[in-house]
Design a binder for this molecule. Structure first.
Ligand code: GDP
Ligand code: IMO
Ligand code: MG
Length: 427
């Protein structure tokens, strides 16, 4: 197999970075195809921890091509900070390729993200305030500025002046905010452009040529299925398509050329930001999960909401993405639990339902049906073979595979690259 998509099956922070880094040992190329610096992907290797926002999680391998595809919204300031940080740590960043079609996150996107959230008050989404939604809005509104514009000095200055006329009217009259200075923005961004220009290319041609020559490519999803703008818990979602279908749009690869899909599943469940979460545990179990798992956001530092694994959500993610294998992460976090629950069905008014309700009003009424599993009460972080896992851990995993209809491909028992149990050939 040569093209593999890695997609989050829950509400994000499943450990996609860890799984991509692990599989990237075999990959020629790693591609981000959606989202932006709202992502926080952690990779731990040899006691070093790297927190990646825009850079693909293949960056730690010298010689691996790392592509930021056209579906990504690119904050140049954030990217340059990441690059500088990596270079300081001795990581080679010369193999980065940035799509000339990716949209650029501009200062007004970040300001409007924040002001819009304030305006929504108690209906706020709980965004990461990185300007993601406003940038995708401008893309759809056809007033976005793309990387090909950013690196063209005259074109960029003209676009900023044109768009800022509209944005300043909105900032002043809707949000009562001071207007932004066009010359200041042009100057700031032209300095970014000079640094970014050498990385920019037509990534569509690059990637399709690589696919045709049989190169091994990983497509690294950010966010997750339940945050997908169409399939997630709308409106409490992000503004892109984290499901595997997002690769076609966000990287310019035909869906016919995707070989395998891996869904990353945290062994329990977390969510940051607002919105429904049927298996949330607003009690001491939730506290225990948060403390045992150090569940605080990578990007914003916010405490993550915690709850039991929702197999209905994972099954739904599998259907939407055509998931071949699950990569179950953070199983070790459950080591100290006496008993573990898994939601295997939803009921409404006592009746089992077979779908994820579209209406949030209805979703709020679902009653999770739980199955209870005995804990294993053993440190599993040093186990490297599936058959060496405690029987209770295997029972839990096998039931997960049965309910979701998705095979187990990887089980992760720690943040480090080597804390990984492999059950299937993914590439
Ligand atoms: P992502 O956004 O999906 O890449 O996930 P995050 O990096 O935001 O959050 C996952 C966290 O879990 C990170 O701190 C990882 O280093 C860590 N992690 C990944 N897999 C495992 C695992 O199997 N066990 C433990 N204990 N930590 C893990
Ligand atoms: P990774 O890739 C978890 C959430 C935000 C908010 C909603 C919309 O690390 O899994 P946005 O800033 O995208 O407009 O926020 O989506 N969110 C994430 N939650 N992990 C992420 O990324 C997220 N990216 C966005 O908290 O609820
Ligand atoms: Mg994350």
């Amino acid at each position: 197999m040569s093209t593999v998509v890695i997609s989050g099956a829950q509400w994000g922070d499943e450990g996609k970075g860890k799984i991509v880094d692990y599989l990237a040992q075999q990959a020629d190329t790693v591609v981000r195809f959606q989202g932006g610096s709202n992502a926080g992907h952690t990779v731990s290797v040899g006691g070093e921890e790297y927190k990646l926002r825009l850079l693909p999680s293949g960056i730690l391998y010298k010689g691996t091509t790392c592509v930021i595809g056209n579906g990504v919204v690119l904050d140049p300031q954030c990217l340059l900070e990441e690059l500088e940080n990596m270079q300081k740590r001795g990581i080679d960043t010369s193999n980065i390729k940035i799509s000339n079609r990716a949209h650029v996150v501009m200062p007004w996107h970040k300001i409007i993200d924040e002001l819009g959230e304030n305006l929504r008050g108690s209906n706020k989404i709980g965004t990461t305030k990185r300007g993601i939604g406003p940038c995708y809005i401008d893309k759809a509104d056809r007033i976005g500025i793309r990387v090909c514009d950013l690196i063209d000095r005259e074109e960029f200055a003209k676009k900023v002046r044109d768009v800022l006329k509209i944005k300043n009217l909105i900032l002043q009259n809707v949000y009562n905010h001071a207007p932004l200075d066009e010359n200041e923005i042009i100057r700031e961004y032209q300095a970014y452009a000079d640094k970014i220009r050498p990385f920019v290319c037509d990534t569509i041609t690059l990637l399709n040529d690589q696919v045709d020559s049989g190169k091994k490519i990983l497509f690294e999803g950010a966010q997750a299925t339940m945050l997908d703008i169409d399939y997630g818990t709308y409106p409490y979602v992000t503004s892109s398509h984290p499901i595997s279908g997002g690769v076609g749009i966000g990287a310019g690869i035909s869906p016919k050329k995707i070989d395998k899909v891996v869904g990353v599943v945290k062994a329990y469940c977390t969510r940051v930001g607002e919105g429904p979460f049927p298996t949330e545990q607003l009690n001491e179990i939730g506290e225990k999960l948060r403390n045992a798992g150090h569940e605080f956001g990578t990007v914003t530092g916010r405490p993550r909401r915690t709850g039991w694994l929702d197999a209905c959500v994972v099954k739904y993610a599998g259907k939407l993405s055509g998931t071949d294998f699950m990569a179950v992460t953070r199983l070790d976090i459950l080591d100290s639990f006496d008993e573990i629950k898994m939601c295997t069905a939803y009921k409404i008014n006592g009746e089992i339902i077979n779908e994820i309700p579209a209406s949030l009003k209805v979703l709020a009424q679902v009653e999770p049906v739980y199955e209870t599993f005995a804990g294993w009460k053993t440190d599993i972080s040093k186990i490297r073979r599936y058959e060496d896992l405690p029987a209770n851990a295997r029972k839990y995993l096998e039931r997960m595979a049965e309910v979701t209809g998705i095979s187990l491909g990887i089980v992760s028992v720690g943040a480090n690259r080597d804390q990984t149990i492999v059950l299937a050939d993914i590439f």
